[in-house]
Design a protein around this ligand. Sequence first.
Ligand SMILES: [Zn+2]
Ligand SMILES: [Zn+2]
Length: 144
Amino acid sequence: MKQQPKRIDAASCREATRRIDEFLAGLDAEPDLESIPERYRDLARRDHERLQTDVRSDRHRDHRWRARKCLRCQYRGALAGAAITVRPCGLCLEPQQYGSTNAGVLCVACASAHGLCAHCGGDLGGDLDRTDYPTSPTAVSAHE
Ligand SMILES: [Zn+2]
Ligand SMILES: [Zn+2]
Protein backbone atom coordinates (compact mmCIF):
# COMPACT_ATOMS: atom_id res chain seq x y z
CA MET A 1 0.00 0.00 0.00
CA LYS A 2 1.02 3.59 -0.50
CA GLN A 3 0.84 6.41 1.97
CA GLN A 4 1.25 10.13 1.47
CA PRO A 5 4.32 11.73 2.96
CA LYS A 6 3.72 13.38 6.29
CA ARG A 7 4.09 17.10 6.34
CA ILE A 8 7.02 17.93 8.58
CA ASP A 9 7.15 21.35 10.23
CA ALA A 10 7.80 22.89 13.62
CA ALA A 11 4.24 22.20 14.78
CA SER A 12 4.23 18.52 13.80
CA CYS A 13 7.72 17.97 15.26
CA ARG A 14 6.79 19.71 18.50
CA GLU A 15 3.64 17.62 18.77
CA ALA A 16 5.64 14.41 18.21
CA THR A 17 8.20 15.49 20.80
CA ARG A 18 5.39 16.16 23.26
CA ARG A 19 4.10 12.61 22.71
CA ILE A 20 7.56 11.20 23.43
CA ASP A 21 7.64 13.22 26.65
CA GLU A 22 4.17 12.03 27.64
CA PHE A 23 5.15 8.44 26.95
CA LEU A 24 8.21 8.71 29.19
CA ALA A 25 6.22 10.44 31.93
CA GLY A 26 3.52 7.78 31.72
CA LEU A 27 6.15 5.12 32.10
CA ASP A 28 7.20 6.47 35.49
CA ALA A 29 3.63 6.79 36.67
CA GLU A 30 1.61 3.94 38.10
CA PRO A 31 -0.34 2.28 35.28
CA ASP A 32 -4.00 3.22 35.23
CA LEU A 33 -5.50 -0.18 35.96
CA GLU A 34 -8.90 1.05 37.10
CA SER A 35 -10.13 1.30 33.54
CA ILE A 36 -9.07 -2.27 32.75
CA PRO A 37 -11.26 -5.32 33.50
CA GLU A 38 -9.95 -7.01 36.61
CA ARG A 39 -8.88 -10.23 34.94
CA TYR A 40 -6.52 -8.32 32.65
CA ARG A 41 -4.91 -6.20 35.33
CA ASP A 42 -2.06 -8.57 36.10
CA LEU A 43 -1.24 -8.77 32.44
CA ALA A 44 -1.40 -5.00 32.08
CA ARG A 45 0.82 -4.54 35.12
CA ARG A 46 3.38 -6.98 33.74
CA ASP A 47 3.28 -5.26 30.35
CA HIS A 48 3.89 -1.94 32.04
CA GLU A 49 6.82 -3.34 34.02
CA ARG A 50 8.33 -4.93 30.96
CA LEU A 51 8.03 -1.66 29.09
CA GLN A 52 9.70 0.16 31.99
CA THR A 53 12.56 -2.32 31.97
CA ASP A 54 12.97 -2.22 28.19
CA VAL A 55 13.02 1.57 28.05
CA ARG A 56 15.24 2.12 31.09
CA SER A 57 17.82 -0.38 29.90
CA ASP A 58 17.24 0.73 26.29
CA ARG A 59 17.45 -2.94 25.40
CA HIS A 60 17.63 -2.41 21.64
CA ARG A 61 19.79 0.66 21.78
CA ASP A 62 22.05 -0.16 18.81
CA HIS A 63 19.17 -1.06 16.55
CA ARG A 64 17.18 1.92 17.77
CA TRP A 65 20.05 4.25 17.02
CA ARG A 66 20.69 2.84 13.56
CA ALA A 67 16.99 3.18 12.74
CA ARG A 68 16.88 6.66 14.36
CA LYS A 69 13.90 5.88 16.53
CA CYS A 70 12.94 7.59 19.75
CA LEU A 71 12.30 5.52 22.87
CA ARG A 72 8.55 5.69 22.34
CA CYS A 73 8.62 4.43 18.76
CA GLN A 74 11.12 1.70 19.54
CA TYR A 75 9.43 0.17 22.56
CA ARG A 76 5.78 1.04 22.51
CA GLY A 77 3.88 -1.65 20.69
CA ALA A 78 1.86 -0.30 17.81
CA LEU A 79 -1.07 -2.08 16.26
CA ALA A 80 -0.56 -2.12 12.53
CA GLY A 81 -1.66 -4.05 9.54
CA ALA A 82 0.87 -6.44 8.04
CA ALA A 83 1.22 -4.93 4.61
CA ILE A 84 4.32 -3.70 2.88
CA THR A 85 3.86 0.04 2.86
CA VAL A 86 5.68 2.61 0.78
CA ARG A 87 5.74 6.18 1.95
CA PRO A 88 7.96 8.99 0.81
CA CYS A 89 10.19 10.64 3.40
CA GLY A 90 8.51 13.86 4.56
CA LEU A 91 11.62 15.91 3.79
CA CYS A 92 13.52 14.49 0.78
CA LEU A 93 10.46 12.62 -0.62
CA GLU A 94 12.55 9.52 -1.33
CA PRO A 95 10.15 6.51 -1.16
CA GLN A 96 10.73 4.39 1.95
CA GLN A 97 9.52 0.84 2.37
CA TYR A 98 8.04 -0.39 5.66
CA GLY A 99 7.08 -3.86 6.81
CA SER A 100 3.70 -2.77 8.15
CA THR A 101 1.11 -0.03 7.77
CA ASN A 102 2.68 1.69 10.76
CA ALA A 103 5.01 3.64 8.48
CA GLY A 104 7.57 6.15 9.63
CA VAL A 105 7.67 9.76 8.49
CA LEU A 106 11.34 10.26 7.56
CA CYS A 107 14.20 8.35 5.95
CA VAL A 108 17.12 7.55 8.22
CA ALA A 109 19.40 10.05 6.44
CA CYS A 110 17.00 12.98 6.99
CA ALA A 111 16.21 11.86 10.53
CA SER A 112 19.92 11.69 11.24
CA ALA A 113 20.68 15.07 9.66
CA HIS A 114 18.04 16.79 11.79
CA GLY A 115 18.25 14.76 15.01
CA LEU A 116 14.68 13.56 14.62
CA CYS A 117 12.96 10.25 15.17
CA ALA A 118 12.54 8.66 11.72
CA HIS A 119 9.28 7.14 12.83
CA CYS A 120 7.34 9.96 14.49
CA GLY A 121 9.41 13.05 13.63
CA GLY A 122 9.90 14.10 17.24
CA ASP A 123 13.20 15.37 18.60
CA LEU A 124 15.38 12.29 19.17
CA GLY A 125 16.52 13.61 22.51
CA GLY A 126 12.95 14.51 23.52
CA ASP A 127 13.87 18.20 23.89
CA LEU A 128 10.58 20.07 24.37
CA ASP A 129 12.30 23.47 24.05
CA ARG A 130 13.76 22.80 20.65
CA THR A 131 12.71 25.24 17.90
CA ASP A 132 15.00 24.55 14.90
CA TYR A 133 12.83 22.01 13.15
CA PRO A 134 12.98 21.41 9.38
CA THR A 135 9.99 21.90 7.07
CA SER A 136 8.69 19.70 4.25
CA PRO A 137 8.88 20.97 0.67
CA THR A 138 5.75 22.98 -0.10
CA ALA A 139 4.36 20.20 -2.34
CA VAL A 140 3.69 18.13 0.76
CA SER A 141 0.31 19.05 2.17
CA ALA A 142 -0.97 18.27 5.62
CA HIS A 143 -1.59 14.53 5.70
CA GLU A 144 -1.39 12.34 8.72
ZN1 LIG B 1 14.64 11.83 3.61
ZN1 LIG C 1 9.46 8.49 17.60
